[in-house]
Design a protein around this ligand. Structure first.
Ligand SMILES: NC(=O)c1ccc[n+]([C@@H]2O[C@H](COP(=O)([O-])OP(=O)(O)OC[C@H]3O[C@@H](n4cnc5c(N)ncnc54)[C@H](OP(=O)(O)O)[C@@H]3O)[C@@H](O)[C@H]2O)c1
Length: 317
C-alpha cells in the first residue's frame, strides 16, 4: 500500500543540495510557508556519494520527506569534457538518496531530473511520453542517462516497495544563488556576467556562444520551488511531471533581453565555432497546468531579480 502522508508544518523535510540554485529556492519557499523542521547538509558535512555516510545520516535524522536537489550540474562544455564525473556522481548521489529513503521509511520523496532526459530531436513541445523514443543529445547524454536511471529507480521502488516517490523534469532554471563561472555555468547566468562585465569595462562588443538560433525555455527557480511543493502536496503518481514556463525564446532574443535589463549599449557578436546543442527545448507542461499550477515570474522580471542577486553576491561589482 502506497504511503501518502501529507507534509505538516512540523514534518522533518530534508532538502539535499539546499545551498544550490534549486535547493535554496525550495528551502526559501518552504520557510515562507511556515515549515519549521527543514534539514540541510552542505557537501562538506555530508558527501552524498558515500553510501555509509548517507545511511548514517538517514538513521540519525529520520526525515519524513526528502527532496533530491543535489546533483553534479553544469553547462554544455562541463558535461562534454567531464562525462565520467557527471555519470558517476549523479548515479551515486541518487542511488544513495533514493535507496536510503526507502530503508529509512521516508513518507514521500521528490526527485529532480532535467529536460535533457528527452531525445535530441523530440517533437516540440516535449511531453512526458517522449522519454526513450530516440537518441539523446550526445553532449550531455551522461547526465541524462543518470537522470533517467533516477526516474526509473523511483518508479521501481514505488512498484516493488510501495514508496511514494515522485519525479519532476524541470526546464532550464535561473534565479537567486545561480553560478556565474563562465566555463561551467548555464547560458543565462553566463550572459548576465558577460553583459555586466562588458558594461562595467565599456567593452564595444560581447561575444556569445553559438549562432543564437536555438530555442530554450527558462523558469525562475522560485517558480520551480513552488511547483515542487505543489506536487509534494497534490501529486502521488508514478508518471513523471514536466515543470516549465510554457513558452520559449531564441538564445538571440534572450541575449537581447539580458542586454536590455543590464543596460549594455555595445554590440553582440555570435561565435558560431562554439556548439549550439539541441535545436529546441520546450517542455509540454499541460499535465502540470491541468493539475492547477502556473508560474508567477516572467522572463524579464526573473532576469532583473537574478541580476540584482548577482550584483549583491559579486563583491567587486
Ligand atoms: N539549474 C538548472 O537549470 C536545472 C534544470 C533542470 C533540472 N535541474 C535539477 O535541479 C537539481 C539541482 O540543480 P541546481 O541547479 O540547483 O544545482 P546546483 O546549484 O549546482 O546545486 C547542487 C547542489 O548539490 C550539491 N552536491 C553536489 N554533489 C554533492 C555531493 N557529492 N554531496 C553533497 N552535495 C552535493 C552541491 O553542493 P556543492 O556545490 O557544495 O558541491 C549543490 O549545493 C539537479 O538535480 C538538477 O538536475 C536543474
Amino acid at each position: 500500500m502506497l504511503r501518502n502522508i501529507a507534509m505538516q508544518q512540523d514534518s522533518r523535510i530534508y532538502i539535499a543540495g539546499h545551498r544550490g540554485l534549486v535547493g535554496s529556492a525550495i528551502w526559501r519557499q518552504l520557510e515562507q510557508r511556515g515549515f519549521k523542521n527543514l534539514i540541510g547538509r552542505t557537501h562538506a558535512e555530508l558527501d552524498l556519494c558515500d553510501p555509509a555516510a548517507v545511511q548514517t545520516f538517514y538513521s540519525s535524522e529520520k526525515p519524513d520527506h526528502v527532496i533530491c536537489a543535489a546533483a553534479r550540474v553544469g553547462g554544455i562544455v562541463a558535461n562534454d569534457t567531464r562525462p565520467a564525473e557527471f555519470i558517476y556522481d549523479n548515479l551515486q548521489i541518487q542511488n544513495n538518496l533514493i535507496h536510503g529513503a526507502y530503508k529509512a521509511g521516508v513518507k514521500k520523496l521528490l526527485f529532480l531530473g532535467s529536460s535533457c532526459i528527452y531525445p535530441r530531436l523530440s517533437p516540440q513541445p516535449m511531453s512526458e511520453d517522449c522519454l526513450l523514443t530516440s537518441p539523446l543529445e550526445p553532449t550531455n547524454q551522461w547526465y541524462a542517462i543518470a537522470k533517467i536511471a533516477g526516474l526509473k529507480m523511483c518508479q521501481a521502488y514505488r512498484r516493488q516497495y510501495g514508496c511514494n516517490f515522485i519525479t519532476v523534469m524541470p526546464a532550464n532554471i535561473y534565479g537567486v544563488n545561480d553560478h556565474y563561472d563562465l566555463t561551467n555555468s548555464h547560458v543565462l547566468p553566463a550572459l548576465i556576467r558577460k553583459f555586466h562585465e562588458a558594461k562595467t569595462t565599456s567593452a564595444p562588443t560581447v561575444t556569445c556562444w553559438g549562432t543564437g538560433s536555438p530555442r530554450r525555455e527558462f523558469l525562475f527557480a522560485d517558480d520551480l520551488a513552488r511547483a515542487c511543493i505543489f506536487l509534494l502536496e497534490n501529486y502521488n503518481d508514478e508518471q513523471h511531471v514536466n515543470i516549465g514556463y510554457g513558452n520559449d525564446v531564441t538564445i538571440r532574443e534572450l541575449a537581447e533581453l539580458v542586454q536590455k535589463v543590464i543596460g549594455y549599449t555595445g554590440r553582440i557578436v555570435w561565435d558560431s565555432t562554439k556548439p549550439d546543442g539541441t535545436p529546441r527545448k520546450l517542455l509540454n507542461v499541460s499535465r502540470l497546468f491541468a493539475l492547477g499550477w502556473k508560474p508567477e515570474v516572467n522572463l524579464e522580471s526573473g532576469i532583473r531579480l537574478a541580476y540584482d542577486d548577482y550584483r549583491k553576491r559579486m563583491p567587486t561589482n
